[in-house]
Design a protein around this ligand. Structure first.
Ligand code: S3P
Length: 201
């Protein structure tokens, strides 16, 4: 079963990974909280022999505190500024598999930069799945107040039409994690075949 909510080891820094990247563009995992961006992204990176980086972890390292603390101390707008800067820096670097926070792709500048430099993969999950997975941990500021199911439902309505602009869409359901990674690999192959035929990057 996909369990994206288990704490996992720290992300690998692109500079220290020392691996030969499997792709010449950064693969950007997109989707709502609980979609499995980090869990799937980490395994995808291992398969493709690419470094994995979690943008949220990078933001916390840069800020020296947790995302919840950034929200509390400085507000969401300050978090979004930091998120945009950190993701831009990562996209300028060598190719990696990059798990972004659920709000990152909603930013126009970030979305444009991803379109120019990366390949975006939306992990689409239904409301029940997102509610179940996110209920396992309590570290997300946006889900701390109010009814998480209601919040996620509203976020689906607002964000899914934007996530839809991703290069690739893959279902993230209750299949074993490796199955979801299989789907992403297959979709990436199809995307590359399609875009190289069309002469796009
Ligand atoms: C957010 C998602 C979180 C984190 C922050 C805001 C969002 O990341 O960036 O709490 O706006 O959806 P995950 O999607 O990895 O939980």
């Amino acid at each position: 079963m996909v369990d994206s909510e288990q704490p996992e080891p720290e992300s690998v820094s692109p500079a220290s990974a020392g691996e030969t990247p499997g792709f010449d563009r950064t693969i950007v995992m997109v989707g709502l909280m609980g979609a499995g961006k980090s869990a799937v992204g980490r395994r995808l990176a291992a398969r493709l022999n690419m470094p994995f980086v979690d943008a949220d972890t990078e933001i916390e390292t840069a800020a020296g505190c947790t995302i919840a603390e950034i929200f509390e101390r400085h507000g969401e707008a300050a978090f979004r500024d930091g998120e945009r800067r950190v993701i831009a820096r990562l996209l300028e670097g060598p190719p990696i598999v990059l798990a972004t926070g659920g709000g990152a792709f909603m930013d126009d500048d970030t979305r444009a930069l991803v379109a120019r430099t990366g390949i975006s993969v939306w992990l689409r999950a239904d409301l029940d799945t997102l509610v179940r997975r996110t209920a396992k941990r309590n570290h997300r500021p946006l889900l701390r107040d109010g009814d998480p199911a209601e919040t996620l439902k509203n976020l689906i309505a607002i964000r899914h039409p934007i996530y839809e602009q991703s290069d690739i869409v893959v279902e993230s359901d209750d299949s074993p994690l490796d199955k979801t990674v299989d789907r992403v690999c297959k979709a990436l192959d199809a995307y590359l075949a399609r875009t190289s035929r069309n002469g796009n990057p």
